[in-house]
Design a protein around this ligand. Structure first.
Ligand code: GDP
Length: 303
């Protein structure tokens, strides 16, 4: 199970600490919750989310009259899942695609987070599902970005629409849409530039790209996925905030979850940003992208 092995570091960190805590405290008391709070914060669950969680746990433990710490462990899992879904339907991780016609997915995020890799993995996954995919090399800014996307295109057997470096990203994406339409593609995945230094430029570029897409296809882009690097912790949270202000982000791809012991960031992003985590990256290979499921995630941590 890729999900479980990819989460090894977080599992080792978080679960072993919780198990140790449960073993040391036979009965639940205030100190138990204080230590639990620290464990959750050290797993990057996020202070605000941890506070809510602890409060809910304390209430639930009281309500059910639970004394035994082993039983509290079960309640922790339940509450973690609840916090993630926040009362929403549990199907929010589905990729929102147009069933009859071309779907356009915009991929945004800062350089180095794994944007290109994610596009490649996504292309592979969608192709495995029987969909015809085209890529648009909309990151015309970063040196080498176009070539890197082409490598993924070759690897996955997917066409890449490109212009030269420094050209207008909106024009590339416009061409991408025309090519995808004429080739009868199901999904167009659009790369974008990831410079964050200038927020006004970022906003301008993304809104121009978005306008081109929505002018060509009603209701598009169908998804705007923000790619975040799980190993950057609270910095990823700050990026989420900036991008949310710059464009209509519809979901998160959290990469490099295999490289961190602090996978609790998933819960903070969902709870504090209100953004669903649609995919997680669990390695560098084509097959290392998984649809996110909070049940699997939480029970994988304890399982
Ligand atoms: P970009 O600048 O955002 O397009 O980032 P890249 O796609 O070039 O990725 C940057 C580095 O992160 C590369 O070395 C990737 O192989 C690596 N990477 C991307 N996703 C993952 C992941 O889920 N797990 C791990 N371990 N590495 C990843």
């Amino acid at each position: 199970n890729k999900f479980k092995t990819g989460m090894t570091k977080t599992r080792d960190n978080f679960t072993s600490k919780v198990n140790d805590l449960v073993a040391r405290y036979r009965t639940v008391d205030e100190e138990f919750f204080e230590e639990l709070e620290e464990i959750l914060i050290s797993a990057d669950v996020g202070v605000q989310t941890v506070m809510e969680l602890i409060e809910e746990l304390e209430m639930e433990v009281k309500r059910r009259n639970i004394k035994d710490t082993e039983q509290v462990k079960e309640v922790i899992s339940e509450k973690l899942v609840e916090i993630y879904y926040g009362g929403d339907e549990e199907s929010i991780e589905e990729l929102n695609l147009n069933e009859d016609g071309l779907s356009v997915v915009l991929i945004v995020g800062v350089n180095g987070v794994g944007k290109t890799t994610t596009i490649g993995k996504l292309a592979y996954q969608l192709k495995q599902e029987g969909k015809k995919v085209v890529l648009a090399a909309g990151d015309t800014f970063r040196a080498g970005a176009i070539e890197q996307l082409e490598v993924w295109g070759e690897r996955t057997g997917v066409d890449v629409i490109k212009h030269s470096e420094g050209s207008d990203p909106a024009a590339v994406i416009y061409d991408g849409i025309q090519a995808a339409k004429s080739r009868g593609a199901d999904v167009l995945l659009c790369d974008t530039a990831g410079r964050l230094q200038n927020k006004v430029n970022l906003m301008k570029e993304l809104s121009k790209v978005k306008n081109v897409i929505s002018r060509e296809i009603e209701g598009a882009p169908h998804e705007t996925l923000l790619v975040l690097d799980a190993t950057t912790g609270q910095n990823a949270m700050a990026q989420a905030k900036t991008f949310k202000e710059a464009t209509d982000v519809s979901g998160i791809v959290l990469t490099k979850l295999d490289g961190t012991a602090r996978g609790g960031i998933v819960l903070a992003i969902r709870n504090e940003m209100g953004l669903p985590v649609k995919f997680v990256g669990l390695g560098e290979q084509m097959t290392d992208l998984q649809r996110f499921n909070a049940h699997q995630f939480v029970y994988g941590l304890f399982g």
